[in-house]
Design a protein. Sequence first.
Length: 427
Amino acid sequence: MQGGLMGLFLEVSLALAAIIAVARICGWLAYYIGQPRVVGEMIAGVLVGPSFLGLIAPEIQATIFPKDVIPVLFVLSNIGLALYMFLVGADVDHQKLTGKMYKHSMWLFASGLIPTFVLGGVIAYFFYDTLSLPHVNPIVFAIFLGASISLTAFPMLARILQEENLTHSRIGTLSLIAASLDDAAAWCLVALAVALAQAKSILIGLMAGFGGAIFAVLMLTVGKRLFRIIGEKTEQTKNLSHTHLAIILISVLLAAWFTDYIGIFSVFGGFITGLAMPKNPVFLRELHGKLSDIVIVFLVPIFFVYSGLNTQLTLISHASALVIFLIVLLASVAGKYGGCTLTMKLLGYSFREASAIGGLMNARGLMVLILVNIGFMYNIITKDLFAVLVLMAIVTTALAMPIYRFSYPRASKNKVKVEEKELIQQN
């Protein structure tokens, strides 16, 4: 093995090749058994970490992922996350929030967020001494844990609905809008928790949160107007030029840098920048065409593996940790699936529809992995809780499709066109 920079290049190249290969294989296997590919990619990250490969073949793991490669993976994964959250933000379109659908989506959003956040706070209170680090403020810990189990995997939800041709159905529209609001609220809570944890005082933490709010307002007003020029130009030429793409990438990276600099994690900057993007169909098609593949196929799997290298599921093997995992899992499912299903049923939806929506909203996916890495990076959570939340994210994500398919069988999908007509009439 060569030394110096060339040696590092060779090590990183081997690691990246392995990451892409394992993610593709596991993603294909997941799809083969009826799961979203992201479930397989999440599991792939755990498989190459100390929980599997590190146990059965530590020499191979050390060869593929030597210690000097980890910082490189960290940098690439964070760039990937910023771009991924940027694309998520670009897809959020609240123009659908009109009339009756607005009220229902707000009820769905609240019923998915509030119960799980409260249950997370209760768990944080009773298990603070076990799961938290001594220097972490109990309020910060409760906010972080509550937000972590309150998330819905908005990007994965969008992919599922697209695959099932339900994006424009009543179920699809409600779920997407509520999930986007859910994630936005949870990200704000996490931003506050990180700011407080970093600042070591409520005043400085609130100042960081205020700085993030100012950034968001400026980006969604002034920035949105400037980006609109790019959107209009793209709509006219039917092409997103290299210069305009460069401006967008620079904006995302600077936004990520700024939000991290003021004490809020970098992905927040990427997400807000995405929200400011034009919603023109041609622009979004061009944007995704130029960025989505490289982000999803190359950069996001790096994050899964980086998370997996920090995940030790063997920590859950002892009885006390297993009990905590089951409590967290039960609270996550009861709060999210139970709250959403009950609320939709009370709003007049059939039980099948309500359960299908609850099952989709219950999936955490990539979002929770992002949050637990933030918590671990900023010393808010222990390795034990890191492992618990990673496993919770995998299990709830894997449950989404079985619950959805059981609740909403293919025969029921004949109603989709009727639902779309109802949706148009209601709005």
